[in-house]
Design a protein around this ligand. Structure first.
Ligand code: MN
Length: 166
């Protein structure tokens, strides 16, 4: 009985270890493949913690000038990353080129956004946008009429507000 007990415990420990290891490796590979988004534009530098929660990578693509008063760029949000609450004095257009994310105008439900979606946000409306918890987001942004201003940053989106989709 004693011998059997030791053997059983040893086998269980071995199975337990090998199961955990395999699961861990598989999980890692799966996530890496699932979360690999198509990057059309350069990734850029990590955005400031002052404006973003988590890892977001904004990169400017079109600078506004006196003829073209529109600003355009790309933001790659890693899973779970999002902007702070903010507003744009002349509104904003988003075009989602890959992944899954959220867009929320204050007082409205969180809207799920994904590859191929186009989102218009009216001027001077508090809102935020970012990735879903499990899949990142590639979004192009367009800010027209930059002579009126570009963005006014506000407080971070709390985990409680971010998780309200579930
Ligand atoms: Mn915005």
């Amino acid at each position: 009985m004693k011998k059997l007990g030791i053997v059983t415990v040893t086998v269980l420990m071995f199975l337990g270890q090998s199961c955990n290891t395999n699961k861990g490796e598989k999980q890692e590979n799966l996530n890496a493949e699932d979360n690999e988004l198509n990057a059309i534009f350069p990734k850029g530098e990590k955005g400031s913690d002052e404006y973003f929660t988590g890892n977001a990578y904004p990169v400017g693509l079109v600078e506004a000038d006196s003829i073209h008063t529109t600003l355009a760029g790309n933001v790659y949000f890693e899973p779970g990353a999002r902007s702070n609450w903010h507003s744009h004095p002349s509104g904003q257009i988003l075009i989602i080129t890959d992944g899954v994310g959220y867009h929320q105008i204050e007082g409205q439900e969180i809207e799920v956004i994904k590859k191929g979606d186009v989102v218009k946000c009216p001027p001077n409306v508090r809102h935020w946008h970012g990735a879903s918890p499990d899949v990142g987001l590639q979004q192009l942004y367009f800010i027209p009429n930059t002579e009126k201003g570009i963005v006014e940053w506000m407080e971070p989106v709390t985990d409680e507000d971010y998780n309200k989709t579930k």
